[in-house]
Design a protein around this ligand. Structure first.
Ligand code: HEM
Ligand SMILES: [Ca+2]
Length: 194
């Protein structure tokens, strides 16, 4: 078999699309076996690898896969294994977010800068916990409870795992969320320190 051709698996995922969107890179880390699908146990392993505790990793995996599996498998019969299809990752985008990922999962630099122009009052290149909370409140769209919960979970977990020694979420850390480099960086750091 030609090893350069993308492998298909039975669930219909396709590994290693040539041109991945930044959003796809954000989740690629969690696809531990690179088959284009993120199963709950992969989300769990990925969360553990970047320093989340056991319970947070279980809860996170359950929450992420339950909420994104159906959305990223349009028209398919629900799977009890709750895979997330990376090729359809943009379908998982919710409301009440920053808008830094556009509807196709591309990175929007002006929206990224807007986070800091609007909310980084104490330090130009970082958010305090209070500033982050203010941003989340301001981003809330009316009645979009699912979006509120999604954004809250994403940002609070990010804060807990990645704040610096002064309780600041740095701009470069947040950049790494959007381009997907942060998670690999965290995993390497942890591996090196243990
Ligand atoms: C510790 C793990 C993770 C953290 C801290 C995290 C954090 C974030 C953050 C901060 C955003 C930006 C939201 C915004 O711009 O307002 C985001 C977006 C997103 N993440 Fe994650 N994420 C994690 C894991 C995952 C996993 C495992 C998946 C799916 C397999 C995923 C799917 C998404 C999607 C679909 C978006 C776009 C949401 C939107 O803009 O509406 N994330 N994530
Ligand atoms: Ca996988």
């Amino acid at each position: 078999m030609d090893s350069s051709s993308p492998s298909k698996d039975l669930q219909g995922g396709t590994a290693m699309a040539a041109d991945q969107s930044p959003l796809q890179k954000h989740v690629e880390f969690f696809d531990r076996n690179h088959d284009g699908l993120v199963y709950p146990w992969e989300t769990f392993k990925g969360l553990r690898a970047i320093g989340a505790g056991y319970l947070l990793s279980i809860a996170g995996a359950a929450f992420i896969n339950l909420s994104l599996s159906g959305k990223t498998r349009p028209g398919k019969f629900p799977s009890l294994l709750f895979p997330i299809e990376i090729k359809n990752m943009h379908l998982g985008i919710h409301g009440s977010d920053t808008g830094v990922y556009d509807s196709e999962g591309r990175f929007v630099p002006s929206k990224f800068e807007e986070i800091f122009n609007k909310y980084a009052g104490t330090h130009a290149n970082a958010l305090t916990s209070d500033e982050l909370t203010a941003m989340l409140k301001a981003n809330r769209e009316p009645k979009d409870v699912k979006g509120w919960i999604g954004s809250l979970a994403e940002w609070k977990i990010l804060y807990v795992l990645c704040k610096d020694e002064n309780g600041l979420l740095r701009k470069e850390t947040i950049k790494g969320v959007y381009d997907g480099s942060l998670f690999e960086h965290l995993e390497r750091e942890r591996a090196a320190s243990s």
